[in-house]
Design a protein around this ligand. Structure first.
Ligand SMILES: Nc1ncnc2c1ncn2[C@@H]1O[C@H](COP(=O)(O)OP(=O)(O)O)[C@@H](O)[C@H]1O
Ligand SMILES: [Mg+2]
Length: 310
């Protein structure tokens, strides 16, 4: 039985401008014990999918199961399987950190939870903030409390929706160490992020979402292999010829060109010379997940769900 099963999930929001389809037939199984990444640009539908799993939003069509419990038919059991760290910082300003975690334990009927609460506080660098009022905490500290809150009932499935957006490097590292340890202990982890290097380092499998559809779903290593080849890095004072610009990534005067092989490298450099441009600081590096991601996101139309190569 998968830890999480999304089955043909569709979501249409009613907006003042008319219906808007945020999810279009998303099907995806996440296995027990996996560290799974859900990637996609802003507006792809990641948070909508997580909200449906959390029971906060209703799917227009389709089913979602958490360890076999349908989030619609059996919401209490489904919710118990899940520890969800939301993207938005939501908290009650009247309680201190420990009280917040005790109250959350109470929601799940977990009594005498202080030993685990202390362990969470310790691992998330919150030990000296246990008695601090929530409204006194910085954004990064509030984010840590949200993580602790999600984990208070030791959920088998941990869901993190962009947990490191706007978070300092120190928290990122301690958070990932802790989450990786929980994953080694058997917890399933579902992570959404647009920090691709994080997903590349942590996730065994990745789904890429674009405009509410899955455009890639594979092991991270396979995605990297498929996006194989290299990237030509160079500095350029001048404007790229259109043929190269179409496939280049340009940041200021730094240009990155995906290349398949040595011949491709030669012809790219020749095209630059022919345009009267001089490339400087030329380097070649292996393609990474960001290259795969950008390539897929640049594709004109997403694949229909039945055409995805798995
Ligand atoms: N409550 C809502 N009402 C109308 N549109 C929404 C609502 N929530 C999200 N959307 C739209 O659905 C799309 C997907 O949003 P979201 O799931 O937040 O994407 P992501 O988390 O990948 O950035 C976006 O275009 C967003 O504007
Ligand atoms: Mg989001």
């Amino acid at each position: 039985m998968p830890a999480v099963s999304f089955q043909s999930v569709t979501k249409t929001y009613n907006t003042p401008k008319g219906p808007f389809q945020a999810l279009d037939g998303v099907s995806l199984d996440i296995e027990e014990g996996e560290f799974f990444g859900l990637l996609g640009p802003n507006g792809a539908g990641k948070t909508t999918l997580i909200s449906i799993l959390a029971g906060l939003t209703r799917a227009t069509q389709g089913r979602v199961l958490a360890r076999g419990h349908d989030v619609r038919i059996d919401p209490a059991q489904a919710r118990r399987q899940l520890g969800i760290v939301p993207q938005e910082l939501v908290f009650d300003p009247f309680f201190n950190v420990r009280e917040t975690l005790r109250i959350q334990s109470g929601y799940f009927g977990v009594k005498n939870n202080d030993a685990w609460i202390d362990e969470l506080l310790e691992n998330l660098g919150l030990a000296d903030k246990a008695n601090a009022n929530m409204r006194q905490l910085s954004g990064g500290m509030k984010r840590r409390v949200l993580v602790a809150q999600a984990l208070v009932h030791k959920p088998p499935i941990i869901v993190l929706d962009e947990p490191t957006a706007g978070v300092d490097v120190e928290l990122r590292q301690s958070l990932w160490q802790f989450v990786a340890r929980l994953n080694r202990q058997g917890h399933t982890v579902l992570l959404t992020t647009h920090y691709l290097e994080e997903a590349e380092a942590l996730c065994r499998r990745i789904a890429m979402l674009k405009s509410g559809r899955i455009v890639a779903l594979d092991r991270t290593s396979e995605l990297l292999r498929k996006g194989s080849g290299s990237v030509l890095h160079l500095r350029l004072d001048g404007v790229l010829p259109p043929a190269l610009a179409a496939r280049a990534r340009v940041t200021g005067n730094m240009v990155q060109l995906p290349v398949r092989d040595a011949h491709d490298i030669e012809s790219s450099l020749a095209a630059l010379r022919a345009a009267g441009l001089q490339a400087q600081d030329v380097e070649i590096r292996r393609a990474d997940l960001e290259d795969v991601f950008l390539h897929l996101m640049a594709a004109p139309a997403p694949l229909a769900p039945e055409n995805i190569a798995v």
